[in-house]
Structure formats: C-alpha cells, structure tokens
Design a protein around this ligand. Sequence first.
Ligand SMILES: N[C@@H](CCC(=O)N[C@@H](CS)C(=O)NCC(=O)O)C(=O)O
Length: 219
Amino acid sequence: MIDVYSWTTGNARKVYIMLEETGLAYTAHPVNIGKGDQFKPEFLSISPNNKIPAIVDRDGPGGTPYSMFESGAILMYLAEKTGQLIPADPVGRYQTIQWSMFQMGDVGPIFGQAGHYVDKTGGPEHAVAREHFVEDARRLMRVIDGRLSDNDYIVGPDFTIADILIWSWCREPEKRGLNADDYPNFKRWFATIAARPAIAAVDKVCVEIRAGRDVRRDP
Ligand SMILES: N[C@@H](CCC(=O)N[C@@H](CS)C(=O)NCC(=O)O)C(=O)O
C-alpha cells in the first residue's frame, strides 16, 4: 500500500497516473495547497520542501516504510519497484531518465513560470517576463513535437514514465500561452495518452481530493 499526500495539479497527477498504470494499491490523502496544508509539520516531515506530491510506501526497501518527495524521483522509484514503465536495457533506461530530467529541469519550471505570467499577472508591467517564459515554453514544445515526429512515445515505441511526466504538464497548453495546433505530433501523442483508462480514473480521484476526501484505490 502506498500513501499519497497530494493535491490535483500536474505534478500531483503524475503520481496518481503512475499508480493507476502499474496497478499498485494506494490511498490518496488531500493536502490542500491553497489552504496552506503543505506547511503543516506532519507534511513537512515527509516533504521538507513543502511541496506536493509526497508518498509513503508502507512496504519500502527492506520491508520498512519509506517516504519520498519530488515527482520525478517518485516515478523512478515506483518504476523500479514494479519493473514497469522504464525499459530494462541500458539505452532505453537512460533515454527514459534523460527525458524525465528534461521534464523536471525544463518543462516543469518553464511551463510553470509561463502559466504564472499568462494566467495570474497579465498586467503590462509583466510583459517582458511573460514574453520570455512563453517563448521558452514554445521552444520546449518544438523539442517535444520534434521528438514525437518519428517516435510514438517520448522514448520510442513504448509508453514510459517520461510520457507520464511530460504529459501531466501539457494539459491546458493555452494557459501557458501555447496553441496545441502548432504542434501536430504533440497533439497526436497527447490524445493517445488522454484515452488511456488511467487518465479517466485519475480525473475521478482528483474530484474526490478537491472535495477533501481520502481516496482508496486498488486498480
Ligand atoms: N519539483 C517538484 C515540484 C512540486 C511542486 O511545485 N508542487 C507545487 C504544486 S504543483 C506545490 O506543492 N506548491 C505549494 C507551495 O509551493 O507552497 C516535484 O516535481 O515534485
């Protein structure tokens, strides 16, 4: 059983999607970041950077409970725990890690800043910052679209954690000043993943979490 302490954002969805895809039993517990739950001592004890998502694996390494924060690290941990969604061969494995780092180091932070300046601070005094981050977000979309021009998925023929990590940040591209129609390979890939049963299951989990209720799943 995995306990997930999280909310309903893109970073939160990565972990729920991973758990649904791998079939691990989990209980999701709401941490309402709009109300400051991420600063409570009990949450900080498992996530010292006061950010969701965090997990506690009751059956961690050595059979003892193990807690983790950072969504990319959590997905790698769960991939290794289950032997799923990361290739076993070294080339596929490091391709997956490389593209996962690309999401964590570039797509997440830049899309996050673009979203901030497009959605929340639309005033003219922020025009320079807005243009800077939206332009870099467009560049990253070209990287993703180019990668998908001759690959079904980010790493190749197989769906991996790199797809889950990147996909989760590509919902609602217009909120980051992006037009999905400019990236046709991206659009095809996004729709393919959106049709996976795990995505619909996670939408339902998020409704419950936003209502402040724990969700127990055994997919
Ligand atoms: N690098 C972290 C980023 C996590 C993150 O930014 N979480 C946001 C929500 S998506 C959060 O908890 N914000 C609350 C805060 O900063 O106080 C990860 O991927 O897990």
